[in-house]
Design a binder for this molecule. Structure first.
Ligand code: COA
Length: 187
């Protein structure tokens, strides 16, 4: 990949679209600010103020400029943002990448996370430089690992004390999918 800023595509899923964040998307960021897990895992502000939500949206554009990762708003059939998903390189190379995501509390259990993950993964696996796409999911987070499995990811194992969340080390399942450039199917 070149060193230019990342250019975000718009990706159509079954019932969602992945597109750039807009300033008109503040409501879902304000809603997500009330979810303790989302604020622990992401830079979603812990307060529902509009300036803080707008700053979050601006940070997503900055992540493209700084090549930190491809970050999308997940939009429903009415083009309202209902969540967030992003693809991030492991370290500063794009041989491996991981995906993180959240859905606003009022929009859950409608298949949106699975749809968004399937859509982003289908795009990511054809990127030239990538060998594998990874997800890290806490074992208790059944909604997340079920979405991963629905999107075709395989659970490869348990990473003990892999990441600190809210200051405490957490075990994570490692889910992964190999990309098209790896010319062999998952075992
Ligand atoms: C995890 C999360 C993204 C799931 O989003 P969602 O849109 O509700 O998920 P979906 O509707 O696509 O559901 C996917 C599957 O998980 C199941 N599921 C969803 N929430 C669940 C829950 N709380 N408990 C058990 N199963 C659940 C669904 O029934 C569906 O199962 P199926 O494939 O067998 O039909 C959402 O709860 C969230 O944003 N949580 C907070 C942030 C987070 O955990 N992010 C992921 C970090 S790894």
């Amino acid at each position: 990949m070149s060193r230019d800023l990342l250019v975000l595509p718009t990706l159509a899923g079954d019932r969602i679209t992945l597109r750039a964040w807009r300033t008109t998307d503040v409501a879902i960021v304000q809603e997500a600010s009330g979810d303790q897990l989302i604020t622990a895992l992401t830079t979603v502000p812990q307060t529902p103020g509009e300036p803080e939500a707008l700053a979050f949206i601006e940070r997503q554009h900055e992540r493209l400029r700084s090549r930190e990762g491809y970050v999308f708003a997940i939009a429903d059939a009415e083009d309202r943002a209902i969540g967030h998903i992003g693809l991030f390189p492991a370290g500063d190379r794009w041989a491996r990448a991981s995906i993180g995501y959240w859905i606003g509390p009022s929009q859950r259990r409608r298949g949106y996370a699975a749809d968004a993950l399937t859509t982003l993964t289908a795009w990511a696996v054809q990127l030239d430089s990538l060998d594998r796409v990874e997800l890290y999911v806490e074992p208790w987070n059944e909604g997340s690992w079920r979405a991963a499995e629905r999107a075709g990811y395989l659970r490869e194992g348990l990473l003990r004390a892999w990441e600190r969340v809210d200051g405490s080390p957490r075990d994570m399942y490692m889910y992964a999918q190999l990309t098209n450039r790896i010319q062999r199917p998952d075992p």
